[in-house]
Design a protein around this ligand. Sequence first.
Ligand code: GLU
Length: 411
Amino acid sequence: MCGIVGYVGNQQVVDVVIEGLRKLEYRGYDSAGIAVINRDGEMQVRRAEGKLRNLENVLAKNPIEGDYGLGHTRWATHGRPTEENAHPHRSSDGRICVVHNGIIENYLELKRELQKEDHRFQSETDTEVVAHLIENHLRQNPSLGLEGAFRATLKEIRGIYALVAISADEPNKLCAARLGPPVVVGLGEDEYFVASDIPAILEHTRNMFFLGDGEMATLTREGVKVEDANGKLVNPNVQRINWDPIQAEKGGFKHFMLKEIYEQPRAVRDTTQNRVSLDTGHVYLDEINIPAAYFRSFSDIKIAACGTAWHAALVAKYLIEELARVPVEVDYASEFRYRNPILTPSTLMMVISQSGETADTLAALREAKEKACRSIAICNVQGSMMTREADGTIYTHAGPEIGVASTKAFT
Ligand code: GLU
């Protein structure tokens, strides 16, 4: 898990990227880096081992300016946490830069092939291969441009990724793709953002959407284009995020977890308020999209979740069985699809995930949908993948949760 921020627009790109990375620092602390391209088409890269503060010190000594760019905080999977392995990674000619969250599984084979063609590698990471692959496609067929070369590269890599790439030869353009780790695209006025998580860009825009798996976005000063894996245009589901930027910060507490512990009463209030009538006892869940009569016909409920959400599901089992007298079974989402669960159209499938992006829980949801089950997601992030795939969603209104040990999202 790492942090990615990319920007194109009229603000100082270094400031936007560093500010955004600061909001994502909880995602990685091995190293940090930034690449920007200036009006003369020069790619300028600064990187530093350790916390973001070290990168800021490097930038203070050796400032850079540019029109567009990207940055990264790393949580290493392949290669030690050193400056050489810090992202962004460059192509051999230094004209292309990429940042990546995830793992490229077949990077060694690809790297060997590329080395035979004189590509010089400078890091031990799996990520660097992506910059060289893009370069290679451009060498073979310059008319592909960054977009075409990026798309061709996606077809060659195996693994999971959030990827963003820029080229010094294509001003004001960023290409981003997702398979697994989240990528959020922010729409400002004549400025566009890409990031791993909402808090990174919330200060600049509230209009954003998550890329779907297999989708690719191209950001320019004119706008954003989204395509699926086959190059077909996709109309993104733009959401207006109503989180308060202050909510996404520490708000005077020493660390996020402490702040979030204290936010539990508010989270519960915000989630239940307007949904329960204390006069009549009725509960209103408008977003579940399953007719009341159908709802009454469910014979059993399956809940799949991971980690903290799985523990929340165990509590839900007790409550639902006690109150509704409907049998509930709770599964680890990671095991659900491998055990051939008994699912029928009268089974209600529930999935729980704070982010709405948990890969195993998504897989469990898809399994249930294939077996014709109706489904509900309980989720904290508007527009996330799970909420788009389930029949209905019950949103928790916990606000952003940054502490890795969940508190308010669990409650
Ligand atoms: N696999 C990449 C690396 O080790 C990306 C890790 C990350 O997600 O920060 O550099």
